[in-house]
Design a protein around this ligand. Structure first.
Ligand code: GAL
Length: 603
C-alpha cells in the first residue's frame, strides 16, 4: 500500500491504526504484527541481543510447511522489523539427509555467538519432512547475526536421538546443547566443542523418565534454571522447572517440589490458566538487556493445523522467590520490571527486623486486604511485620507494623491481638534449605499454611498442623525502597543452601536438644523407645497434657505427633509407625513446664 492510499484509508477509518502506530506493550496470545503489518512468523524461537538490538529467530511456516528460519530485529522488544530468512532451505534432498532442502522440517532454532571464532552459530531440530523419526540437529554458521547462515552439518549428537532442543551459553564462554532424548524420556546436556559446531563426548543425562520437552535454560547468579513442558505434541500442558548449580551435575526439582498429582517438578506458572501454561509451550527465556534478573518467558500458543499462524505468549518471568515464576498479564510493558525486585530476601533475621512474608510457590506476599490473611501481588495490602526476639532461640513475636498488634494463634486461627506474654504469640521459624521458614506456633504447633496449596492472588493463609503435603514455606523479604542499605541474601549461590543446611542442624540441635539428650530426660519426665523402635514410652510423674513429637533431625520436620493427658504418675505406651524414612530423629515430649528429648535412629 502506498502512503497516500494509507492516509486515505485511515481517513475513511478502513485501516486499524494500531498496525501503523508504534507498539508500546505486549499482549500475550494476540496476533503480533511486525512493522510492515504482517503477523510475525518466528515460532519455537529465541532472541539474542547484539549491539543495541534484539534479534528474534524462529520457525517460518506457511500452514505446517517449513520455510526456514526467520529473523526479526527490534530495539524495544515491542516493534519488530522483519529482516528475512536467516536460514533458507537450499539444495535437494540427499540420501544421507545432510541437507536443508525445501520440505525438511526445521524446528526450535537457537542461536548463540562464539567470541572465539567471531561467528554466529545456529542449532535446529531437523527432521526428514515426513515424520519425527530422524531426531537430528542441523548446525549452521554465519558471520552476521541476521545471517545468512550456511549449513555445517546434520547429525545425531553423539549418536543420540535429539528432538526439542536448546542452546545455553554460559558466562565462562562454554556453550551447552540441551535436548529431549531416548524418545523424549530423558534430557541430555552436553558441552559444545570450542567452535560450538558439535558436542563434546561428555553427556549428562538428567530429568530421567520425566518425559520433558521444550527446554528453555537460563542462569541467575550461580543457579541454572530449566523450564520444560510435558509431551503432548502441539497441545499445551503444565510446565515444569528444575535447577542446578552445575550444568553437568545433578538437576533437582527442589525440596518439596512434588506436584499435587505426585509428579516431580513444580509449575512455573502461578495464575489462573497455569495448568496449561496459559495455553502455551516454552520456547526460550530471554534475559532483558540492562535489567538484572529480569526475564521474558517466550512461549508458543500452537495452532496444529496452521503452525505458521500460531501465536506467542510472552510474559515477565521473576526469580524473586528463588524459583522461576510467571504471572499472567492481558497486556504488559517493560515497566513491570521496574519494581519486580523491590522486595528482596533478608540476609539475617535480627531483632526488630521489618519483614514481609513471601510464600514460596506463589511468589506472593502475605497480605490483609480485608479481615483475613491472603496472598496478594505487591501493593497496599501487603503486611509489613516486625520480628521481636523471645527468650527461646529462633522464636519470635510477629508484630503487624501498621496496627501494632501481634500474630496470635487463637484456637488454631490467626488473629492479631495486643501484645501478651503468651506462647500463642510466639512463633518458631524453622529454617529450610532454600532459606524459607516453616512458621510454627509455640503453644499449639500450628503452622502458617496456604489454603488448598493455591498460588493465585487472593489465596487464604491459615493455620494447620505441620504437613509435608501443605505449602507452609515463607521467606522474609525487606522493602528495598524503605531500606536502601540493607543487605540482601545471596540466594542464587550454591553456598546459600550449604550455609542453610548448617544452620538447620544448629537449630535442630538447639531446639530439640540433640546435642545433650541425657540432661533432657529427668525423673519427672522421660521418653524412651522399646527395642526395635516399635513403641514409644513416656513417663510423667504428675498430671498434665503432653505433646509428643518425632522430629526429623536436620530438617526439623515433624514426622509423627501425639497428644495425651496424664491424670497422675503414669507410663504411657504409643505404637510408632514403621513408615518413616531411615535416619536420625529426636523424640520430644513437651508438658506445660518441662520437656524431655531422646535421640533415636530409624533403621
Ligand atoms: C511438540 C514440540 C514441537 C513440535 C511438535 C510436533 O511436542 O515441542 O516443537 O515438534 O511437538 O508434534
Amino acid at each position: 500500500m502506498n502512503k497516500k492510499l494509507i492516509y486515505l484509508y485511515m481517513a475513511l477509518g478502513l485501516v486499524a491504526t494500531d498496525c501503523m502506530a508504534d507498539r508500546n506493550s505486549i499482549t500475550p496470545g494476540e496476533t503480533w504484527n511486525d512493522t510492515s503489518g504482517s503477523a510475525i512468523n518466528a515460532h519455537g524461537g529465541c532472541v539474542q541481543y547484539w549491539d543495541g538490538y534484539y534479534y528474534w529467530f524462529g520457525e517460518d511456516r506457511t500452514k505446517t510447511v517449513c520455510n526456514g528460519v526467520s529473523c526479526y530485529r527490534s530495539a524495544d522488544l515491542y516493534n519488530w522489523t522483519r529482516l528475512g530468512l536467516a536460514l533458507t532451505p537450499s539444495g535437494t534432498m540427499t540420501d544421507d539427509g545432510k541437507d536443508i532442502a525445501k520440505g525438511r522440517t526445521l524446528e526450535r532454532p537457537k542461536v548463540i555467538y562464539n567470541e572465539r571464532t567471531g561467528k554466529w552459530v545456529m542449532w535446529v531440530h531437523w527432521e526428514n519432512g515426513d515424520d519425527y523419526s530422524e531426531a537430528k540437529v542441523c548446525v549452521a554458521e554465519a558471520d552476521q547475526v541476521e545471517g545468512p547462515y550456511e549449513l555445517v552439518d546434520v547429525f545425531r549428537p553423539n549418536g543420540c536421538d535429539s528432538r526439542d532442543q536448546t542452546l545455553f551459553l554460559d558466562t565462562d564462554g562454554t556453550a551447552y546443547h540441551i535436548y529431549s532424548t531416548s524418545m523424549n524420556t530423558n534430557t541430555n546436556i552436553s558441552p559444545l566443542k570450542e567452535d560450538y559446531l558439535s558436542p563434546e563426548e561428555e553427556i549428562n543425562t538428567q530429568m530421567v523418565s520425566q518425559k520433558y520437552e521444550a527446554a528453555a535454560v537460563f542462569k541467575t547468579g550461580e543457579t541454572y534454571y530449566g523450564l520444560f513442558s510435558g509431551c503432548t505434541s502441539w497441545d499445551p500442558n503444565k510446565g515444569r522447572f528444575t535447577y542446578a548449580y552445575d550444568m553437568m551435575g545433578d538437576w533437582t526439582y527442589g525440596r518439596d517440589f512434588k506436584d499435587s498429582d505426585g509428579s516431580n517438578g513444580s509449575n512455573f506458572c502461578v495464575d489462573s490458566g497455569k495448568d496449561y501454561s496459559y495455553q502455551s509451550q516454552s520456547a526460550y527465556v530471554l534475559p532483558v538487556e540492562g535489567r538484572e534478573r529480569c526475564y521474558i518467558y517466550m512461549g508458543d500458543r500452537w495452532n496444529s493445523s496452521n503452525v505458521g499462524g500460531s501465536k506467542y505468549v510472552w510474559l515477565p518471568l521473576s526469580v524473586r522467590s528463588g524459583y522461576p515464576s510467571v504471572r499472567w498479564y492481558d497486556e504488559w510493558d517493560m515497566s513491570v520490571f521496574d519494581s519486580m525486585y523491590r522486595y528482596k530476601r533478608v540476609a539475617q533475621v535480627v531483632d526488630g527486623e521489618e519483614a514481609y512474608l513471601l510464600e514460596r510457590k506463589s511468589n506472593r506476599l502475605v497480605s490483609r486486604p480485608k479481615t483475613t490473611l491472603t496472598l496478594q501481588d505487591d501493593g497496599e495490602s501487603n503486611l509489613c511485620f516486625v520480628l521481636h526476639e523471645t527468650e527461646r532461640p529462633y522464636t519470635y513475636k510477629i508484630e503487624e507494623k501498621g496496627t501494632g498488634t501481634f500474630m496470635t494463634s487463637v484456637y488454631g486461627s490467626i488473629r492479631f491481638q495486643t501484645e501478651a506474654e503468651s506462647e500463642a504469640q510466639m512463633w518458631t521459624l524453622w529454617l529450610e534449605e532454600d532459606g524459607y521458614y516453616r512458621i510454627e506456633n509455640l503453644s499449639d504447633g500450628k503452622c502458617l499454611s496456604v489454603s488448598g496449596n493455591e498460588t493465585i492472588a487472593g489465596t487464604s493463609v491459615y493455620l494447620n498442623d505441620q504437613s509435608s503435603s501443605i505449602h507452609q514455606s515463607f521467606a522474609l523479604y525487606f522493602d528495598s525502597e524503605a531500606h536502601l542499605d540493607e543487605e540482601e541474601a545471596d540466594l542464587y549461590s550454591a553456598s546459600y543452601r550449604e550455609e542453610n543446611l548448617r544452620r538447620m542442624e544448629e537449630q535442630e540441635a538447639l531446639l530439640t536438644g540433640i546435642a545433650g539428650v541425657r540432661q533432657d530426660v529427668t525423673d519427672q519426665l522421660w521418653v524412651r523407645v522399646t527395642k526395635g523402635v516399635t513403641e514409644v514410652e513416656v513417663y510423667a510423674s504428675e498430671a498434665g497434657e503432653a505433646r509428643i513429637d518425632l522430629v526429623e533431625a536436620g530438617t526439623g520436620r515433624v514426622a509423627w505427633r501425639r497428644r495425651a493427658a496424664w491424670s497422675g504418675e503414669e507410663t504411657k505406651v504409643f505404637p510408632l509407625p514403621q513408615t518413616h524414612p531411615k535416619g536420625v530423629y529426636v523424640l520430644r515430649v513437651r508438658m506445660a513446664d518441662r520437656q524431655a528429648t531422646k535421640k533415636i535412629v530409624m533403621k
